[in-house]
Design a protein around this ligand. Structure first.
Ligand SMILES: [Zn+2]
Length: 344
């Protein structure tokens, strides 16, 4: 967070309005109950977007053709499109579990997304189980016999650069007072399923997985951040619910904080690095399956995109990525402190 932001309004870290914090005072000792549905559409529970606006103390504007709804308040604009899972929060991309639906002249948001995306991002103070943030475990993706993405022309192997980035991030975070551990400190094989166990052993308060992307198309580029998919939602790569989606995993206990921390980090990465915002996405990655803390996974750019890969290869670029992630974590931390101690 830059100094100007900090100065302009202490509550901008909430993304949201100062009045939220006053108007929606923390509830007594229990997280909010699941939102009640107005209607079931395509087998999914939905709430009228106008009601969402009312509950958040925001205004709702719906376009004349009923294709788009915008929730707005002093600091915040949240844009939804009919039949789309993409939500724009102050122009940053967040993928919802379910598409926004049109029904009898109104736009509807799934209750799952209201509870698992909007509330954590706009009114995190309604969640009472506020975690502390002292110990951070960084997980450099791949390693040993698992190289990850490779760019032969540029001589880049993902496992080497995630480890390099992890060490840089560790140094920045330690300089800011955090206890930091890595799931691997050298080029060694670590099974993905063991990675959350390592974080749990260190009693991590936040788990940060670092990766770089690669796809067949050479034109795809940008940065994206994943959180663990909430219960009863399909991951971003799928549009329909399958049986596995109905299961609650240990990591799901920290859904609001994973969502909030990932948003601040992705937003800071885009602010600092520029380039394409590929948004906050959801997946049930095995390296985040049994976490006992919030966590997210950063895909810091594409090895398969020539220009982006060349940038990632430079030390300066990786220093900036590390600083952006640390800055995003810092904003998250300030928010936790403010929720825990609103009168400070
Ligand atoms: Zn990877």
């Amino acid at each position: 967070m830059n100094a100007a932001n900090r100065k302009s309004c202490g509550l901008t870290v909430f993304l949201s309005v100062a009045c939220f914090f006053v108007w929606l005072a923390p509830t007594a000792f229990a997280d909010p109950p699941p939102t009640r549905a107005d209607v079931t559409l395509f087998g999914t529970a939905y709430i009228d977007l106008a009601k969402v606006a009312g509950q958040l103390g925001m205004k709702l504007n719906i376009s004349k053709n009923l294709e788009e709804g915008v929730l707005s308040s002093r600091w915040t604009r949240v844009r939804f499109k009919k039949d789309s899972r993409l939500m724009l929060l102050n122009n940053y991309k967040v993928y919802l579990g379910y598409a926004v639906a049109y029904h009898r002249g109104k736009l509807y948001l799934s209750t799952h997304d209201f509870d698992k995306a909007l509330k954590p991002l706009l009114t995190p103070q309604v969640f009472t189980s506020v975690p502390r943030l002292k110990t951070i475990v960084i997980d450099p993706g791949h390693g040993g016999k698992n190289p990850g993405a490779i760019n032969k022309n540029l001589g880049m192997i993902e496992k080497d650069l995630t480890l390099d980035l992890a060490h840089r991030l560790k140094a920045v975070l330690e300089s800011r007072g955090y206890r930091v551990f890595l799931t691997r400190n050298k080029d060694q094989t670590v099974e993905n399923g063991n990675r959350p166990m390592i974080a749990n052993r260190y009693k991590a308060d936040l788990f940060v997985c670092l990766h770089f992307n690669s796809v067949g198309s050479r034109s795809v580029k940008g940065i994206e951040t994943y959180t663990f998919t909430p219960q009863n939602q399909p991951s971003t790569a799928r549009s329909r619910l399958v049986d596995e989606d109905r299961k609650a995993f240990p990591t799901n206990r920290y859904d609001p904080w994973s969502t909030l921390s990932s948003f601040y980090v992705q937003r800071q990465l885009i602010k600092t690095m520029g380039g394409v915002d590929r948004g906050i996405k959801k997946a049930r990655f095995s390296m985040m399956l049994d976490l006992q803390c919030p966590g997210f996974l950063v895909e810091g750019g594409f090895f398969s995109h020539y220009k982006e890969a060349r940038k990632i290869k430079t030390i300066n670029h990786r220093i900036r990525i590390a600083e952006a992630i640390a800055d995003g974590i810092g904003t998250y931390h300030k928010t936790l402190q403010r929720i825990s101690n609103p009168d400070a």
